[in-house]
Design a protein around this ligand. Structure first.
Ligand code: OAD
Length: 466
């Protein structure tokens, strides 16, 4: 009966590890420990763990970063070996308790995402490799710490998962012989359990990959997957200053098209043709037709729960909130926000192409070159929009607020357009949170991701302490 239950858990563990990159040790070791004791559990779990990790690494082999694997893998293997040797020496009941606590700690670090909050530089990452390998050897659970340590290396997202898995194989190769030498009796005693869970964990790995293929971008969610269900509001203390950067994603559920998603605006238009100074010189009527269509649409849309929630946050925080948007739509204002910094301009405003007359409210639609209004100075009226190649607005205010903020949140932006995409890298002193249904291009600069749509996440995102 126990073997059957363990096989079912192993199936799930294999699938979870396919998605999250780790999880087999976290799920199976406590279960085995309840029957075999912690020490024997670590040894027996290492068998299905090794099989599944080899399978995953083999499937991901094309993306492995070999340089990082060698540098980080050697440190991890050394730690794994040391941990495994120590593991074989722990016999006293008191040390067994310490051992169990470490196991729970390692599992919680991975499952809650705490491990990802730890940051290692290039120099300390190898040390983290030794520590994570050591955890692997000692309690059979190292995935969470390994992921955090790997963040210290500059690897692409695909290489991150693949290389982490390959490091897992290296650590297993270092610790398995020690386990088998010292704990072969445990494996021999529990061979039906080891065999059944190995088969199940392999089946789970393959099933998990099938599920992955159906969820676009799911592999990229990696560590985040295990954190569903552990989401707490961001506590804003009286001395916190919050910088919120919004992108097209916050208005998506109001019916405003984003730029780079499937069906986004840049799929239908080339931005060089409609949103650049060259386009304005070449064909101003085409530029105005593009922005007139955006204006016509903006008149029909309403703010959503995310816009409203940010307006409420402004009421609670006053000038401790800096709301900076890349959006040109007026939905933040319609949602009740009063101080919105539109760094890319405003759709419902125009200005003169020539003189420095201030921008003015303008909801007119211009369809032909002749229809384009003229300023008193004779210049043509152009959209009050920052085009590609132009400098975004309010950069001084933004720099000041970035330096002062303690919490930095980006909502619904692909992280593809600079300078906005680089703000997160300038606030290493602050807590950095990303909100959106997918990872943005600059994902690795954030501490946390709250995966979901803006209207689902933002209304309960903040808790303000008075
Ligand atoms: P993009 O279109 O590049 O990215 C939209 C982001 O919103 C994507 O990352 C989506 O995953 C996310 N998203 C989609 N639906 C969402 C939802 N319901 N809730 C939360 N997020 C969601 O838009 P931006 O990053 O804002 O510049 O684009 C930046 C700049 O590029 C724009 O300001 C514009 C554009 O070219 C100029 O026009 C100068």
């Amino acid at each position: 009966m126990f073997v059957l239950a363990a096989a079912a858990v192993a199936l799930v563990a294999g699938a979870v590890a396919s998605v999250a990159g780790f999880g087999i040790g976290s799920l199976l070791t406590p279960l085995f420990a309840s029957r075999l004791g912690v020490q024997a559990a670590v040894v027996v779990v290492s068998v299905p763990h090794f099989a599944a990790t080899v399978l995953r690494a083999w499937r991901l082999r094309a993306s492995i970063d070999r340089t990082v694997l060698v540098r980080f893998g050697v440190a991890s293997a050394a730690g794994g070996l040391a941990g495994a040797l120590l593991h074989g020496r722990i016999h006293s009941p008191a040390l067994g308790v310490v051992f169990g606590c470490l196991l729970v700690f390692a599992g919680l670090m991975g499952a809650t995402g705490l491990s990802k909050k730890m940051r290692f530089g290039r120099r300390t990452a190898w040390l983290a490799g030794v520590v994570s390998g050591g955890f692997g050897g000692l309690v059979g659970n190292q995935g969470g710490i390994r992921s955090a340590a790997l963040l210290g290396f500059d690897v692409s997202r695909e290489a991150f998962v693949a290389t982490g898995t390959a490091v897992g194989v290296v650590v297993d190769l270092a610790r398995l012989p020690v386990y088998l030498a010292t704990g072969w009796r445990d494996v021999a005693r529990a061979w039906p359990l080891a065999l059944a869970t190995t088969a199940s964990v392999l089946a789970g790995t393959l099933a998990g990959e099938k599920v992955l293929r159906r969820i676009p971008g799911a592999r990229r969610l990696h560590v985040g997957a295990l954190r569903f269900g552990f989401v707490k509001p961001i506590e804003i203390a009286p001395d916190d200053r919050v910088f919120v950067l919004t992108g097209a994603g916050i208005s998506a559920e109001s019916g405003v098209r984003t730029f780079r998603d499937a069906g986004g605006l840049w799929e239908q238009y080339r931005f060089e043709d409609v949103a650049s100074p060259e386009a304005w010189v070449r064909d101003p009527a085409l530029v105005w037709r593009f922005y007139s269509a955006r204006r016509a649409q903006a008149k029909t849309v309403s703010p959503n729960a995310a816009h409203v929630a940010l307006a409420e946050l402004e009421r609670a925080l006053g000038d401790r909130l800096f709301l900076c948007t890349q959006n040109v739509d007026p939905l933040h204002e319609r949602g009740g926000s009063r101080r919105v910094v539109h760094m890319h301009g405003e759709l419902m405003k125009s200005r003169c192409e020539r003189c420095d007359r201030p921008p003015f409210e303008d909801e007119a639609l211009y369809e032909t070159a002749d229809a384009i209004a003229r300023c008193a100075c004779g210049g043509r009226i152009r959209p009050h929009i920052v085009w590609f190649g132009e400098v975004p607005m309010f950069l001084d205010d933004i720099a000041r607020e970035l330096a002062a903020c303690t919490v930095f949140v980006t909502i619904g932006s692909s992280g593809a357009v600079y300078p906005a995409a680089g703000f997160v890298s300038r606030v290493r002193h602050a807590r950095r949170v990303y909100v959106g249904p997918e990872e943005p291009d600059n994902a690795r600069a954030f501490d946390e991701h709250r995966f979901g749509k803006a209207t689902e996440v933002v209304p309960t995102l903040f808790s303000v302490r008075s």
